[in-house]
Design a protein around this ligand. Structure first.
Ligand code: UTP
Length: 413
């Protein structure tokens, strides 16, 4: 241990992060070991760079942004049945799996526990996880198959998520047979001076590395390998917080197969040109998403000859990938974006600090930054009222109240 300790001290001195060992003597032996391990695993050069980047204004002005073509699910005419038949065949052959990204912290919702355990207030009091499980099972029944379900958790919520599933008999699924949990990666949080934080447990304060961590985690945790062994070729990846998500969609799959693309995404048309959502676009000729913070007013309002918004297809985290595309995306490091968040921490004097306003940077990768790995992808516009009811905020827009209303309208409850 003392050799390890000396090694770690040298690293910390180099990066001016010596404070990380301030509380070392007070930790028990197990935690001391863990802390040293954590420090040895930190990529300090990366963290310093990410911190320095928080001070720079991000300019993507040199990027060439152009609109991306899309298909409207309800304007496919006779092609609808054609694509649907192709997709149905692949589903019946057991080629589809679904992934739910449930590693987020859900800070805006403020629910105490993993977001998937949240009850949106239906009379049935079903949790988001239960609503999602029903959506998959109902569809799977139509094809006489079980659709394997993979759930991405974070270190923070993994145990609680698995316990919740076990308490609910895994909603009819069988753990490690057709239900798999895997943890996403993490990165340390830093304060406004670039100092890495120590959390309440005396260890490095780490936070999930964003939904963009999905590809690397699927590969590193052996999930893509498992999928291949199970004969799976297509994977739908969605968020945990859209209670109307339709993960099993033969039309989307049929389009991907027929058009020979390895990524096919669903979109809903923007509610208005200035809705605060990211929209699909091409960036320097490659598929991408442009954030509402990046788009100019002129671009947001531009329309085509039919009066449709040129940048109107919102990215709703409903994306289908071939296993091969996931593996390629997982092999390419994604850029990290910083978010300024509230984070409890232990200060240099060993006191717990509970901030009432944001005090620390969290670094996250975005799932859509990997889209540029492929040259082409298909976009399918679906109806918002059928497929998109997100639970993001405690109240107001995209809240339990709005999601519940949309859910009830769709299912005539
Ligand atoms: P959001 O970006 O809306 O984040 O995630 P969030 O954690 O749910 O909520 P806030 O921003 O803290 O309020 C969209 C989807 O991506 C998943 C979330 O669980 C959600 O399903 N996600 C996000 C992860 O799985 N891991 C992450 O690191 C971030």
């Amino acid at each position: 241990m003392s050799k390890d300790l000396e090694e770690v001290k040298a690293i910390l001195k180099k990066y001016k992060q010596e404070h990380l060992l301030n509380g070392f003597e007070k930790l028990d032996e197990r935690k001391q070991k863990r802390l040293l391990e954590q420090i040895k695993n930190i990529d300090f050069d990366l963290i310093s760079k990410l911190y320095e980047d928080t001070k720079k204004e991000i300019k993507n002005e040199q990027d060439k942004i152009t609109p991306m073509d899309y298909l409207d699910k309800y304007k496919l005419k006779d092609k609808y049945k054609y694509y649907e038949a192709i997709g149905k065949k692949a589903i019946k052959e057991g080629k589809l799996a679904v992934v739910t990204m449930a590693g987020g912290q859900g800070t805006r919702l403020g629910h105490n526990g993993p977001k998937g355990t949240f009850d949106i207030g239906l009379e049935s009091h079903k949790s988001l996880f239960e609503l999602l499980s029903e959506g998959i099972k109902e569809e799977a029944k139509k094809y006489g198959v079980t659709i394997p379900w993979f759930i991405m958790t974070s270190r923070e919520n993994n145990e609680e998520t698995i316990k919740f599933f076990e308490k609910n008999k895994c909603f009819g699924y069988q753990k490690d047979k057709n239900l798999f949990f895997f943890k996403q990666g993490e990165l340390p949080m830093v304060d406004t001076e670039g100092k890495i934080l120590i959390g309440e447990d005396g260890l490095i304060k780490e936070a999930a590395d964003g939904h963009g961590g999905i590809y690397e985690s699927l590969v590193k945790r052996g999930m893509t390998e498992k999928m291949k062994q199970m004969g799976i070729e297509w994977v739908f990846i969605g968020g945990v917080d859209n209670c109307l998500v339709k993960m099993v969609d033969p039309v989307l799959m049929g389009i991907a197969i027929d058009k020979k693309v390895t990524v096919a995404c669903k979109s809903v048309v923007k509610a208005n040109p200035h809705e605060r959502v990211g929209v699909f676009c091409k960036r320097n000729g490659k598929p991408n998403v442009i954030e509402y913070t990046e788009i100019t007013n002129e671009m947001a309002e531009a329309v085509d000859e039919n009066g449709e918004l040129l940048y109107g297809e919102s990215h709703i985290l409903c994306n289908l990938f071939s296993v091969d595309a996931i593996e390629r995306m997982g092999a390419k490091p994604l850029p990290y974006h910083s978010a300024f968040k509230k984070a409890k921490y232990i200060d240099k004097e060993g006191n717990l600090v509970v901030p009432d306003s944001p005090n620390a940077y969290k670094f996250e990768a975005f799932l859509f930054d990997a889209f540029s790995v492929v040259d082409e992808m298909a976009i399918l516009r679906v109806k918002r009222e059928e497929e998109f009811a997100p639970v993001k905020n405690a109240e107001g827009v995209d809240s339990p109240e709005t999601a519940r209303k949309l859910y009830k309208n769709f299912y005539n409850l």
